[in-house]
Every structure is written in C-alpha cells, then in structure tokens.
Design a protein around this ligand. Sequence first.
Ligand code: F6P
Length: 488
Amino acid sequence: MVAEHVQNAPIVVASNRGPVSYRVAEDGTLTSGRGGGGLVSGLSAIGTDSGAVWVCAALGEGDRLAARRAGRRLDPADTGGYGVRMLDVPAETFAAAYNGIANSVLWFVHHLLYQTPLEPVFDAGFREQWAAYETYNAAFADALAEEAAEGAVVLVQDYHLTLVPALLRERRPDLRIGHFSHTPWAPPEYYRLLPDDVAAQVLRGVLGGDRAAFLTRRWADAFAACCADVLGAEIVRADDGTAAAVRLDGRTTLLGVHGLGADAAFLRERAHRPDVEERMAALREQVGPGRRTIVRVDRTELSKNIVRGLHAFRRLLEDHPQWHERVVHIAFAYPSRQDLAVYRDYTAEVERVAERINEEFGTPGWRPVALHVKDDFARSLAAYRMADVALVNPIRDGMNLVAKEVPVVSDDGCALVLSREAGAAAELGADAIVVNPYDVEATARALHEALLMDPGQRADRSKRLAAAATALPPARWFVEQLDALRAL
Ligand code: F6P
C-alpha cells in the first residue's frame, strides 16, 4: 500500500494493544469489542474532536481483517469516535515481536522472572525475533510519522515499542516525543542479562524521545541507572538526588513520573449496575453466610505470584484453624498470553494448587478457594465490593491497578495485603499491610492480621487507600504527560 502522508494529528498515541478488538464470527462477519484500561480513559479526556489519532497493532485474525478493510482509520462507531489506525503487521512478525521479544524477553527482564541458570539463552532464534521486533517498531515509527502534524505531541507506550522514539526522531525531528513504561524497569545488574547491543539499543531507543516517563520514581531511577551503566550516559539529578534527566551524545531526555490512579467515577458507577448486583448475589451464595472473603483478581501472569498467594492462604488455614469454615479465598485468575507455554503451565499450576487446598481443607459445606478463570469484569467488581481483604502480592509490578481499584469500590472498606514490589506500594504503603512477595509465611501472617483488623480501623484505612488511589485519575495522568511535552 502506498503511504498516505496525512500529517494532521496534533496528538498521536501509540500502543501495542488499542482501544478496540475484532473477532471473526462463524459466518465471516466482524464483531468489535471495546478495550478498557487507563489509556482508553486517559484518551477520553481530550475528546473526540481533538483530531488525536491512536496507532495500535492488529493483534489477531479479526483485527487484521478489520485493519485491511478499514485502510487508514477504523470505523469510529467501533472506537467511541476516536481516530484509530490499526497496523496490519504480518502475523509472524507480530508473533515474534510480541510473544518472543516483548513478552518473553523484555517483560521477563523488567519483572526479574528468568529462572537462571536455565534461562535466558540468547541464540540464533532470539536474533530472528529481535529482527522482527525492529521491523515491528519501524512500522509504528512509519505510521506515526505519517499521522503526526508539524510539531505534534506523540505518546509512545510501553516495552513493545522501546525503539520507536529514536526511529521516529530520525523520521520527524520536529515532533515532541514521549515514552511511557507501564512496567517496572530492571536494575542494571539484571538488565545486563540482555546481549550488550540489544541492551544499548533499547535504552537508546527510549532516549530518542524528549521524555521518558514511568509509574514510580523507583522505575525512573532504575532506567537512569541502566543508561549510566550500559551507555555511560550522564544522569542529571534534581536537588533531592533523584534522576531528573539523562544526557547522552549532547541530547537530554527528561525523566517523568506519573502514578496512574484509579478512575473512581467510572468504577463506582459501573460497580452499581444490575449485572454487578447479580454477580454479587451469586458470589455471596457461593461463599456462604457470615464468612469472610479474601479476594484477588489478576491476569494469570507469572509476575502476579498467584501460586505463592495460594500457598500463603494454605498456610493461614494450617496455622489458624479458627478460620476453617469462616473464610473463602475468591481468586480470579484470568487467562493471559496463552500462546506461551510457560503461561499455560502456570495457569495449570494455579488450578492444581487451588484444587489441592480444597481437597485438603474443604468440607461438604465449605470450599476454601473459589477459583474462577473466565474473565468477567462485572464479577471482578462484585468481588471488589464484597472483599474483606484484598491480596495483591506480585513479584514485581509497574503499578497494579487492582490494589487501587478495590478500596475505591469496596462497600464496607477492605484491608489490603500488598507486595512491597508493586509500584502501588509507593502510594498505598502507609495504609496497606506490606509484604515481601516471596515470603509465604509473612504473607500468611499478613492475611491473618488483615482478617483480624478492627472494622472501624479497616474502614478508615480503606478510605485513605481510596483517596491515595485516586490522586491521579487516568484523564489527568494523560494530560500531565501532554502538558509536559507541550511545555518543551
Ligand atoms: O503492564 C504492561 C501492560 O501492557 C499493561 O498495560 C497491561 O495490563 C498488560 O501489560 C497487558 O498485556 P497484554 O497486552 O500482553 O495482554
């Protein structure tokens, strides 16, 4: 297809997953579904008449078909009126870039997930995938260069698109380019697992922008430390000693921190609709009268540490028989990245461990673990509302919005057991019970303490958690970044 050099969007957003996805029905027709998440709510802040364009990838067959049929823009009826361009990257290139590099390498590095000494192995297969990642990033840079008006602001999202800022700057030096990482950033000694050239290329890619932004100060500092360690870049420090910018080869890239918060208005309205009420009734019946609930809601993701969470619950039951028949662990573990064997195995392990706990402790009238694996947002909200305790124990997490959402919609206030390795701990740590996610014993003790928390104290802490969780709603999170780039 001949590139269309439209160049009229004053704001352009780029992310792997866009705000809409398509499915091919059996009769060949396409049906669309809207995506959720902070980015979608963030974009809604700028309105549909802003001329903003969102560039995303076609993820599956339905998307590819829709992208081909649409040409440059998807049907606004499917996108809530926003200009969305879906890139029809060849399926093999997409798979190698997304499953191979983004999810099996960069995700693993930033979440410290490799099981050394067996992994990682960077071989010829890796090099092929890396070439696909470069191609995929270049396709985004081409599309962004076509869409962005003179001097436009471009917001590039996440570890899928680390090379885009530098590639786009080569094509369009007039643009103001920001990159936002939704993941943690690895400390230098772990980041250096990557082959040297790749480690440098990723950093140089992000530094190609005018700003690199993160969910917490900790990840921004880690990024700066990697730049100094791997590239020999200079870290420009603010008065308080934190990293404010990175200087390399005469260019300065500013660092920013924007702690994405929960969207209280949306969540509270959504959590009181009839479908949520219905699911609450069903969950209450499943839990049984008078029983406490410990709730967790995650994608079935290795970094979410679901198996250790189950072991901690098991330990709670073993150490404190007083909770037998009196507590149910509602665990929602929704399928994720099932193209990867390691995720499929992890999903099976979660199911096995939950089943073992039920066999070991369950009675005819009490199933201690209520595990649900079918994604259902209304049911998640129902569980949020009725949670006595929320368990959020990732090994490492950019932020973790569940930790922020539960207190916001909780009916009677909930106690939060929170991993110190979640970005959210920086904002919620004061009123959560903070744990080392690897320490199953400590997590079990924290669950016990949370269950015993005095209801008045629990409600007060939950209110403070909700206030901290909504300090930066998605719309303001988005506008803060736009303003920072416009001010350059
Ligand atoms: O944490 C990074 C992130 O991109 C999140 O924004 C999102 O929740 C998650 O990963 C989704 O991953 P995937 O698109 O692979 O399902």
